[in-house]
Ligand binder design. Structure first.
Ligand SMILES: Cc1ncc(COP(=O)(O)O)c(C=O)c1O
Length: 460
C-alpha cells in the first residue's frame, strides 16, 4: 500500500498546476511540500526547519502560527463567514476601512477591498479609466509604468510588468501602456553620479509627457521600492520629483505598496513616511493580513471621489466589484494583524531595518557578490559572474538558484531570481536571527562559488 506521502506527491504531479510552470512540466511538477510554520520558521515534510527568508511571498509579516489571528479567523467564521457585498456590508470591513484611512497619507480616506495584489492594481486602473470617462476626459488612457516593475498576474496588471524573460509566450495589452526606464543604478551609471542618473530618469519622464501629451496620460504607477524586480531603491529625490510632475500634468499617481506597505519599511504605508510623497491612490495586499487570508485593496483620495460626486453623470456606475470584496474574515484578520503590528512589530521592523542592511553589506567582500541593496526589511544580493559586464552572463541566470540550494541545506530559504537572492523576512526577527541569516548566506555563497569553480563554470 502506498504511504500518505507518496499519495500527496502523486496528486501534485498528476493534478496540480502550480504558478509559473514551464510547458515541459505543466501539471506534472513536484515542488517541496511545506507542512508547518512557526514564527520566522517553516518546516518541510522531512522535518527540516528553515528560516522563511522571503516571508512566503513578502507576506508573512507577523510570522507563522499566530494564535490570536487563528482565534479571530475562527470567531469570525462562526459569527459571519460571508455576506454579499453587492447589497449588504459587514462590521469588520467598516472598521478596517477606518483604520486604513487613518494610516493612509493625505486625504486617502476611501477604501475598496479586493482579494489580493493583482486585483488591487486592476481595480485601481479600472477606477482611473472610469474616473476620466466620467469627468469627460476619455482620451486620458495611457498608463506609465517602469522596467523592473511588478504589478500582478491579470491581463492588464501583467501588461505593466517590467522586462519579460528572454522569450515570453504570453499576450499583453500594448496600446495604452508606456514603459519608462528602471530606476536601478547598478551597472548603469557609466561614470555618472547618482544625481545625474536621477536627472536622466526625470528628463525621460518629461519628454514622454511632452511626446504623448499630458491630455492623453491617465496615470503613473510605481512601487516605491521595486520588489520582485530586485529590491530596487530609487535615487533619493526621484519619487518626489515624479510625483510633482504628475500633479502638474494632471496625471494620477498610484503607489503600489503591495510589498512596501504593512510594516516592511517600519510603517503601515511607506509613501509619505519614507519617501515624502502623497499619492492619489495606494494599492495594498500581502502584509495587510500577513498572508493568513487573501485580501488586498486600494485607498483613494477624497479629491478624486469628490470630483466624481460633483460630475454631471450621477448615473455613471463604477461597474467593478468582486464576490469577495470586503470579505468579513479577511477584514477581521487584517484588523487583528494591524493591532499586533501596532503592539511592537512596526517598532521592531523600524529598528532592525538598518541593522539588517548593514549586516548584509558585509557580504560585499565575496567576489561573486556585485551589489547588496535594500531598505527596511527587504534586500537583494545581486551576483555577477563578471563585475564589468553590463549584462548578466549565462552563469548569472543560474546563480540565485545555486545559492538558494546551498542555503536551504544550511537552514535558510531564499527567493532566488535569476542572478539575485531576495530577502524579506518576517518582521518579528531579532538581532540573533539577522546574524544567523547573514552567516548562513556567507557560507552558502562560499559553497556556491566552490561548486561553480569545481564545475569550471566560474573563475575569479
Ligand atoms: C508590488 C506588487 N504588486 C502587485 C502584486 C500582485 O499581487 P498578487 O500576487 O497578490 O496578486 C505583487 C506580487 O508580488 C507585487 O509585488
Amino acid at each position: 500500500m502506498k504511504n500518505l506521502s507518496d499519495t500527496i506527491t502523486n496528486n501534485i504531479k498528476k493534478h496540480l498546476i502550480q504558478p509559473w510552470p514551464y510547458a515541459s512540466s505543466i501539471g506534472d511538477e513536484y515542488r517541496d511540500i511545506v507542512t508547518n510554520g512557526d514564527g520566522i520558521y517553516i518546516e518541510d515534510k522531512n522535518g527540516n526547519k528553515l528560516i522563511d527568508g522571503p516571508a512566503g511571498m513578502w507576506c508573512s509579516n507577523i510570522g507563522h502560527r499566530n494564535e490570536e489571528i487563528a482565534k479571530v479567523m475562527y470567531n469570525q467564521a462562526m459569527n459571519l463567514s460571508y455576506n454579499s457585498p453587492w447589497y449588504t456590508t459587514n462590521e469588520p470591513s467598516a472598521q478596517l476601512s477606518k483604520m486604513i484611512s487613518d494610516y493612509a497619507p493625505g486625504d486617502l480616506n476611501n477604501v475598496f477591498f479586493t482579494t489580493g495584489g493583482s486585483t488591487a492594481v486592476e481595480s485601481a486602473l479600472r477606477f482611473v479609466q472610469y474616473y476620466n470617462n466620467v469627468l469627460g476626459l476619455p482620451e486620458k488612457k495611457l498608463i506609465l509604468c517602469r522596467e523592473d516593475g511588478y504589478h500582478g498576474s491579470t491581463y492588464l496588471t501583467a501588461s505593466l510588468n517590467g522586462k519579460s524573460r528572454t522569450s515570453d509566450w504570453m499576450n499583453y495589452e500594448n496600446t495604452n501602456i508606456v514603459k519608462l526606464s528602471s530606476p536601478n543604478s547598478f551597472r548603469k551609471l557609466n561614470g555618472k553620479s547618482i544625481e545625474e542618473f536621477e536627472d536622466d530618469l526625470i528628463k525621460e519622464l518629461s519628454s514622454v509627457i511632452k511626446d504623448k501629451g499630458a491630455k492623453n496620460i491617465a496615470a503613473f504607477i510605481g512601487e516605491p521600492i521595486q520588489a520582485s524586480g530586485g529590491v530596487i531603491v530609487p535615487p533619493k529625490n526621484y519619487l518626489k520629483r515624479v510625483r510633482d510632475i504628475c500633479k502638474k500634468n494632471n496625471i494620477i499617481f498610484i503607489a503600489d505598496e503591495v510589498v512596501t506597505g504593512f510594516g516592511r519599511m517600519g510603517h503601515i504605508f511607506a509613501s509619505e513616511k519614507v519617501f515624502n510623497i502623497i499619492p492619489d491612490i495606494i494599492t495594498f495586499a500581502k502584509g495587510v493580513t500577513s498572508g493568513y487570508f487573501p485580501l488586498g485593496g486600494i485607498a483613494i483620495s477624497n479629491k478624486l471621489i469628490k470630483n466624481l460626486r460633483s460630475s454631471n453623470h450621477a448615473d455613471a456606475m463604477f461597474g467593478h466589484g468582486l464576490t469577495y470584496s470586503s470579505h468579513p474574515i479577511g477584514c477581521a484578520v487584517a484588523i487583528k494583524n494591524i493591532e499586533l503590528m501596532e503592539n511592537g512589530i512596526l517598532e521592531n521592523a523600524l529598528e532592525l531595518g538598518p541593522v539588517f542592511q548593514e549586516k548584509l553589506k558585509t557580504l560585499l567582500d565575496l567576489p561573486i557578490v556585485g551589489d547588496v541593496r535594500g531598505q527596511g526589511l527587504m534586500a537583494c544580493i545581486e551576483c555577477v559572474a563578471d563585475y564589468n559586464e553590463e549584462n548578466p552572463l549565462a552563469l548569472d541566470l543560474k546563480v540565485g538558484e545555486i545559492i538558494d540550494k546551498h542555503c536551504q541545506k544550511l537552514g535558510l530559504l531564499l527567493r532566488p531570481a535569476i542572478n539575485m537572492c531576495i530577502l524579506s523576512p518576517p518582521l518579528i526577527i531579532n538581532k540573533n536571527d539577522i546574524d544567523k541569516i547573514v552567516s548562513i548566506l556567507r557560507q552558502g555563497i562560499i559553497q556556491s562559488m566552490e561548486e561553480l569553480k569545481s564545475k569550471d563554470l566560474w573563475h575569479n
